[in-house]
Design a protein around this ligand. Structure first.
Ligand SMILES: [Fe+2]
Length: 226
């Protein structure tokens, strides 16, 4: 979807169909209540190791992902973009297989209760010391669920504002003001070796400046609800 610079004042609600099944372990309820839930049973240890090796191997070819325009920009698709500095790579066969294969898709559908999800974007992000992504709302490509996972142990927690999940973009902008990393946010740790689903299209979130040594690697797969 082409972005425009027209400010959005009304965000259509993304509601899970009420006639679809709820996951037996309660994760759908957790998702609806909190805007986040872990995805399990997606990959075995060998598959995870392959994903980590691929992420590391792609790092030399990663491209700069720099937005140094000050402030926040709200778009018609409901997203909000903000300054960021990191590097990105779309990954290789391991990430592609994860993103378009049935295991992650079925886990995402089970958690959200939405049987219309399809994979829409995926990639690796590389954070050198000091790299960051300021507060934002994800693209509409992630309107189903954003799945994030830490591929290195030095990736710090994400920050987020789950209480603004249902807020309009105007309300989000008014709440955040000029803070790139809102001080009233909560930490969202990405436990190593796990896939974390969250409502990144609706919940403002950010990645503070990487304070650790070396490069931290984040993986992301987004699903859109048709
Ligand atoms: Fe995001």
């Amino acid at each position: 979807m082409r972005k425009t610079a027209v400010l959005d004042t009304v965000r259509p609600p993304i509601e899970a169909p009420t006639t679809e099944p709820t996951s037996p372990d309660g994760r759908t309820e957790q998702w609806r209540r909190t805007g986040a839930a872990p995805l399990s049973g997606v990959i075995d240890d060998a598959g995870w190791d392959a994903l980590v090796r691929e992420a590391v191997s792609c790092e030399p070819a990663a491209a700069d992902r720099i937005n140094d325009c000050p402030g926040l920009m709200a778009y018609r698709d409901g997203s909000i973009t903000s300054p960021q500095r990191c590097r990105a790579h779309r990954g290789g066969s391991a990430l592609r297989a994860l993103a378009i294969g049935p295991a992650l898709l079925e886990a995402a559908r089970a958690v959200t209760g939405q049987c219309t999800l399809v994979p829409a974007r995926y990639g690796f992000k590389y954070y050198r010391p000091g790299d960051f992504m300021a507060v934002h709302r994800d693209s509409v490509k992630c309107a189903g669920i954003t799945v994030s996972f830490a591929l290195t142990e030095n990736l710090g927690p994400m920050g987020w504002l789950p209480q603004l999940r249902d807020a309009s973009n105007d309300a989000v902008l008014a709440h955040i003001g000029a803070e790139p990393f809102p001080s009233d946010g909560e930490e969202f740790p990405l436990t190593d070796g796990m896939f974390h689903g969250f409502d990144g299209y609706n919940i403002p979130h950010w990645r503070p400046p990487h304070a650790g040594d070396g490069v931290a690697i984040l993986g992301t797969v987004c699903f859109f609800a048709l």
